[in-house]
Design a protein around this ligand. Sequence first.
Ligand SMILES: NC(=O)c1ccc[n+]([C@@H]2O[C@H](COP(=O)([O-])OP(=O)(O)OC[C@H]3O[C@@H](n4cnc5c(N)ncnc54)[C@H](OP(=O)(O)O)[C@@H]3O)[C@@H](O)[C@H]2O)c1
Length: 338
Amino acid sequence: MTVDSREWRLIARPHGEPEPADFELATVTPPDPAPGQVLVRNDWLSVDPYMRGRMNDVESYIPPFGLGEAMTGGAVGTVIASAADTVPVGAVVSHFYGWREYAVLDAAAVQVVNTEIAPAQAYLGVLGTTGITAYAGLTEVAPVKPGDVVFISGAAGAVGSIAGQVAKRLGAAKVIGSAGGPAKTARLLEEFGFDHAIDYRAGDLVGQLSAAAPEGIDVYFDNVGGDHLDAALRTMNLRGRIALCGAISVYNDTEPAPGPSSLPLAIGKRITLRGMNVGDHLHQAPEWIGKAAGWLAEGALHAEETVVDGIDQALDAFTAMMSGANTGKMLVRLPHNG
Ligand SMILES: NC(=O)c1ccc[n+]([C@@H]2O[C@H](COP(=O)([O-])OP(=O)(O)OC[C@H]3O[C@@H](n4cnc5c(N)ncnc54)[C@H](OP(=O)(O)O)[C@@H]3O)[C@@H](O)[C@H]2O)c1
């Protein structure tokens, strides 16, 4: 089967915010699958904040995108040709060869997903690394105990919106979320079950946080870094726990951001700050998927998606997500006409 496949390539390293000129959308013709391989038609692509780091030429836990090469990232798709006994035509699979329409992959590089318990794209969001990050962050990294006061930044986003609901499930007495703008803070209260919502764009983060939690914060799930981390350090209780999950406020910075000026407070307050990488917590995937799929079926877990259509829109979807256009998981849907 011969198909043409469009794929996004990084062609220049962005300085600050990524520009369209840093990328190109190229067309290739993937080869037929060799023995042991499958041809996957991607149906959904994930765009994620960590991809910004991969656009820089810096050493990290994951290599940078190569210049002139197709970018990679989470995707789910349908097997349309197979030369592998283990993965038949028609199987819906998740894999790491997103940012393109079609991919020829070794069978070992794809994971067949169960679309009877949730739609395929859920494996890029609530049932994928997004959900596992939220769950692991609040169970293994900065464990929530019944009665805790929990603060979550980036709370209307993919990880944050699930984390708020997980915190409640774990018995938190109060869950506070921060997000950008009144529309998002309203949704935190009305749809995602937060007890208090802070609009960080309105300023005075410390004042807003102290007003929401006069008793102090026990657990902070940090998606944002910068001022949010500083405000959390100032309002944390003795022996508070902080999961350092992300620092999206600095991902486009061109100079190193100063550290939080309130960090010394962590000494007297005996605060634990622990960085996390979801890759260290994939052992929790079966447990999380089992729980989350059940809650989704009962309507007891709200997993929002913001969907953008078309491979040509994938770059815009990424930059829009970075500036807050999404609520819940930002996804790119690839329509296939036959
Ligand atoms: N450690 C890990 O293993 C791991 C795994 C997954 C994700 N993460 C991290 O978790 C965080 C959330 O990821 P996600 O996939 O769930 O993305 P997301 O929250 O769905 O999308 C990013 C959100 O960041 C917010 N944002 C952008 N600039 C900001 C700023 N200057 N200050 C405050 N908020 C800002 C925007 O929401 P507003 O409209 O509210 O500003 C935007 O919607 C990211 O930092 C990501 O790197 C880490």
